[in-house]
Design a protein around this ligand. Structure first.
Ligand code: UD1
Length: 369
């Protein structure tokens, strides 16, 4: 059985690793890993492959940055001949990035089955490019692997037949479970060397809605400078955010602005943070698993289970709300959460079981006709 995995951006890498591992112990499975090159910086890509133990990609499409249309189209143009030539039995895509939607568009038209890992998430906000990617991907994919019940409900409401939907849990948490002990150990060493404060707020920001507008970004930086008076702000900045700070001539003052961090360093920092302030999707989930308070600088989330069950609070861009929630955290009144069902480190194995099982069923049906 020939399986393709297509990844392109940083949040894909921690999701593909457990699925690759789980499939590698299956018989008669031949895996091909294709990197679209959407993320290309060493700190946004290579270091994740290394730390997560992902083999080097068999193919790199090297598309690089561009407008959404250009990036998506470039991936489609470069991927199509490879899919035609190598004829995989199934292609697995991850998350909600441009690489995900580009792949499903190519495969659906070639009649190649696609499995979508992390299906069914919805923010109901179509101004987010990721929401468009999720809607299109889920309509076209053949197997939909969801992390939580809300995912199943969203898909069924959109008319996806129940037999295509498989609730497997959260595959990103598989990587976290595996590497948390390594990350905590690395952090202990690092804090000794780097003088990391005992208590700190860990910050990440990269959503276009937050960083691409000068007035909005200035407002957020001012809020963070306010936070920094009570709690040291550690801010590993996405290249896009760093660029925008420079473009708009903004001054991050006393904030500890760092380059993007490798997976293990970042996980270690998350696990010991007093609070995490973010607009990322995956970090809302990781903090819920870790039981660390998370203040999300967005009006909505496609991961509502992190709010209903976990430690996540949506603060939007409301400075008063951020201030109020931060005071609660500093006063020790943190939101106590629980870990959602099936976020247990075994989602990759469940996906492997289903992918291999579906293929043998398809083969036996062909055999019986
Ligand atoms: C992409 C995903 C987003 C995900 C994020 C994680 C889409 C639509 N968005 O957003 O869902 O949360 O990745 O990081 O797919 N850049 C570099 N080096 C790199 C990559 C990007 O400098 O290795 C800079 C470039 O200036 C580029 C910009 O970042 O134009 C944006 O990169 P892009 O891949 O378009 O989107 P992200 O904001 O990273």
């Amino acid at each position: 059985m020939k399986i393709f995995h297509i990844v392109g951006a940083r949040p894909n890498f921690m999701k593909v690793a457990p699925v690759l591992n789980a499939l590698s112990v299956r018989e008669n499975v031949q895996q091909t890993l294709i990197h679209t090159g959407q993320h290309y910086d060493v700190k946004m890509s290579d270091v994740f492959f290394h730390e997560l133990g992902i083999p080097s990609p068999d193919v790199n499409l090297a598309v690089g940055s561009g407008t959404h249309a250009k990036q998506t189209a470039e991936i489609m143009i470069r991927l199509e001949p490879i899919v035609i030539e190598r004829a995989p039995h199934i292609v697995l895509v991850y998350g909600d990035v441009n690489s995900t939607v580009a792949t499903v568009l190519v495969c659906a038209k070639l009649g190649v089955p696609v499995g979508h890992v992390e299906a069914g998430l919805r923010s109901f906000d179509r101004t987010m490019p990721e929401e468009i990617n999720r809607l299109v991907t889920d309509q076209l994919a053949d197997l939909l692997f969801t992390p939580s019940e809300d995912g199943d409900e969203n898909l069924q409401r959109e008319g996806i037949p129940a037999e295509k939907i498989f609730r497997v849990g959260n595959v990103m948490i598989d990587s976290l479970v595996r590497l948390l002990p390594v990350a905590q150990n690395a952090l202990t060493q690092k804090s000794k060397n780097d003088g990391l404060p005992e208590r700190y707020a860990l910050v990440t920001l990269h959503r276009p809605a937050n960083v691409d507008d000068g007035v909005t970004l200035k407002g957020i930086l001012e809020s963070l400078l306010e936070v920094n008076r009570d709690l040291a702000v550690v801010f590993p900045a996405h290249p896009r955010t760093r660029q925008r700070i420079a473009d708009f001539g903004l001054n991050p003052g006393q904030l500890r602005v760092l380059d993007p961090l490798p997976y293990i360093d970042f996980l270690g920092l998350q696990s010991r943070a007093t609070v995490v302030i973010t607009d990322s999707g995956g970090i809302q989930e990781e903090t819920t698993y870790l039981g660390v308070p998370c203040l999300t600088v967005r009006e909505n989330t496609e991961r509502p289970v992190t709010v209903s069950m976990g430690t996540n609070v949506l603060v939007g861009r409301d400075r008063e709300k951020l201030r109020a929630e931060l005071s609660r955290v500093l006063a020790g009144k943190v939101k106590k959460g629980t870990v959602p069902p099936l976020w247990d480190g075994h989602a990759g194995e469940r996906i492997a079981e289903i992918v291999v099982g579906q293929q043998s069923r398809a083969r036996s049906q062909v055999g019986s006709t």
